[in-house]
Design a binder for this molecule. Structure first.
Ligand SMILES: Nc1nc2c(ncn2[C@@H]2O[C@H](COP(=O)(O)OP(=O)(O)OP(=O)(O)O)[C@@H](O)[C@H]2O)c(=O)[nH]1
Ligand SMILES: [Mg+2]
Length: 354
């Protein structure tokens, strides 16, 4: 799962990227795309690691791409913005960073500090970018469907969908609202439409506003969170043991890293199931609603093919019982069939036969 960090110039994207990845801020602030893998903090996994002392500890992970900001106020801005969207189309979600911090040394985008207006502007720009793609595709399909080719029927269906998507975007609705079936969902996914991606808004506040951030929600945002990127980036550079005291001093109960990762995880409907043993304690990322047999496929296709039962215990039950033996004698370990819907925090041992 990959998230693109976008936003107006100088809104604090690279600073947030540094805060969540623990990487030092590039002092040159050179405008370049950067990619980092971030491990998903998980107390449950820590508990299991203490219990099993495994050889390998493998938390879930997410990827973040830092995208340089583009000023839409410049004549070439919109074109340049659309170029940077090529990367975003290949991501699963969008983290939109907007500025709410005051600072005399940082140039104000459009000479204002108005995070809500920035979200509106970015959202409109995402719609334009999708519209451009849809218009180009419609033109192409209108020509190709004139010819009696083998693919003509499929192209006619796609054309009908693209026209509906066009209509939706003109009304400022996301492409998703025009999707009627799986074929159309597949088409939309292959185009990587931006309005189909879940958006997480990050309001980047000044240090003094942490307790009372200028919070707002946006109808097109899946989630909104306020944080102070600069101070969090500085704290992320400290020794891990020193961080809690500094955060507590500022009234921050949970570091930006943990908060943002969880928000992203939730916004795209992800959950984790866990596997444990002396060899490895591991978290596996799946979509909400995944069945036991499909979860097994995440680990290995053989386990999916030869699936017999999923020996399952909820993490809270295992923790309450102390360990696996305790959970078993408390009758908390269930044998679940193929169609069982895996829950967040399920500890699973798949029984299979190939
Ligand atoms: N006071 C204050 N300054 C911040 C904060 N976040 C970022 N800055 C400063 O704002 C400037 C821009 O930060 P960046 O993180 O480079 O912004 P960016 O969005 O990556 O900028 P571009 O990639 O050029 O679009 C830097 O000088 C930061 O130190 C903040 O929360 N408070
Ligand atoms: Mg940057």
């Amino acid at each position: 799962m990959k998230f693109a960090i976008i936003g107006p110039p100088q809104s604090g994207k690279s600073t947030l990227f540094a805060a969540i990845t623990g990487q030092a801020i590039d002092p040159s602030h050179a405008p370049a795309e950067r990619l980092a893998t971030v491990l998903v903090p998980d107390d449950r996994l820590d508990f299991l690691a203490a219990l099993y002392k495994p050889k390998k500890y493998t938390p879930a992970h997410l990827e973040f791409v830092d995208i340089p900001g583009v000023s839409l106020a410049e004549p070439n801005g919109p074109k340049e913005f659309r170029r940077t969207m090529d990367t975003v189309r290949r991501c699963d979600g969008i983290v939109m960073v907007v500025r709410a911090f005051e600072s005399d040394s940082v140039v104000k985008y459009r000479n204002r500090i108005d995070p809500k207006a920035d979200v509106d502007e970015l959202h409109a720009e995402l719609i334009f970018a999708d519209l451009e793609q849809v218009v180009a595709r419609i033109e192409k399909l209108e020509k190709s469907t004139q010819k009696p080719t083998k693919t003509r029927d499929a192209e006619l269906r796609e054309l009908a969908f693209m026209r509906r998507a066009h209509e939706a975007l003109e009304k400022e609705s996301p492409v998703a609202s025009a999707i009627h079936n799986d074929e159309e969902r597949g088409i939309a996914t292959s185009f990587g439409f931006l309005t189909q991606k879940p958006v997480i808004v990050v309001i980047n506040v000044g240090e003094g506003d942490i307790a009372k951030p200028p919070f707002f929600t946006h109808e097109h945002a899946r989630a909104t969170t306020a944080l102070a990127a600069e101070i969090e980036a500085e704290i992320s550079q400290l020794d891990e043991k020193d961080r809690p005291a500094f955060l507590a001093d500022l009234g921050i109960t949970e570091p930006a890293r943990t908060r943002l990762i969880r928000t992203c995880y939730d916004a795209v409907g992800l959950i984790s199931f866990l596997t444990c043993g002396e060899d490895e304690v591991r978290a596996w990322t799946i979509a909400k609603g995944t069945t036991a047999v499909d979860a097994a496929g995440k680990i290995h296709s053989d386990i999916q093919r030869g699936f017999i039962r999923a020996e399952t215990v909820a993490f809270v039950d295992l923790k309450a019982a102390g360990d696996m033996r305790g959970a078993k004698s408390a009758n908390k370990v269930r044998l679940e069939p193929k169609h069982y819907v895996v829950q967040d925090g399920d500890i699973i041992n798949f029984r299979f036969n190939v």
